[in-house]
Write a protein that binds this ligand. Structure first.
Ligand SMILES: CC(C)(COP(=O)(O)OP(=O)(O)OC[C@H]1O[C@@H](n2cnc3c(N)ncnc32)[C@H](O)[C@@H]1OP(=O)(O)O)[C@@H](O)C(=O)NCCC(=O)NCCS
Length: 174
């Protein structure tokens, strides 16, 4: 089956007491000064659109009108974020969101890890948490649009390009 194998193994452990229910400890991050700081995944923390756009800017994405970013967040089915915790501060270092029909289908958008934190497994952990959350909501069909250079990243997570010959099709205003 198409989705078989997507959920082999879970990532992280449940958050300890005092941390919101939807927050999952992903890993501990060692800073250049040798401090060990936790990184949490959350689906409930409020996203500051300025911090989000700074994150997207850090990977070279085009700027978007903040009014539309706020609307996209408010209308998303699932908003997942990764946070580096250094009490009393927390830093947004990863983000993904999904839109959905709330029954069968969800599409994941805006997957991003800050360049300082890339290549250490956090992108995969973020995606696995997104998939886990969507599966918990009984969504069985998860899709996304992959830039050509990240196809293998998504394939390693169990996504298939053009399954059974299906093609994504786009309409743009001419
Ligand atoms: C793509 C992205 C989210 C991956 O996050 P990450 O934390 O660097 O990825 P991870 O460390 O979890 O996993 C990297 C794995 O994916 C593979 N990979 C394939 N293409 C990759 C790419 N373009 N960038 C990073 N990893 C890539 C790596 O080889 C690695 O495999 P391995 O675990 O077998 O060694 C991150 O690089 C990013 O934010 N890129 C800029 C924004 C972007 O392109 N987003 C996707 C839009 S569709």
């Amino acid at each position: 089956m198409f989705w078989k194998g997507l959920f082999a193994g879970t990532v992280g452990t449940e958050a300890p007491a005092g941390v919101a229910e939807h927050e999952v400890l992903i890993t501990e991050w060692t800073t250049p000064k040798g401090e060990r700081l936790p990184i949490y995944f959350s689906t409930t923390r409020e996203i500051d659109v300025y911090a989000l756009e700074a994150l997207c800017d850090a990977v070279g994405w085009a700027k978007r009108p903040l009014r539309k970013v706020r609307k996209a967040l408010a209308c998303s089915f699932l908003v997942g974020s990764l946070w580096l915790e250094k009490q009393p501060q927390r830093r947004l270092i990863g983000f993904a969101r999904a839109t959905s029909d709330h029954a069968f289908n969800a599409t994941i958008w805006d997957v991003v890890i800050h360049p300082e934190f890339q290549g250490k497994g956090l992108g995969k952990a973020l995606m696995r948490q997104m998939i886990r959350e969507l599966r918990q909501q009984e969504i069985s069909n998860i899709t996304l649009f992959a830039d050509p250079h990240v196809v293998s990243f998504y394939e390693e997570l169990g996504f298939h390009a053009d399954p059974e010959g299906i093609k994504g099709m786009f309409w743009y205003p001419s």
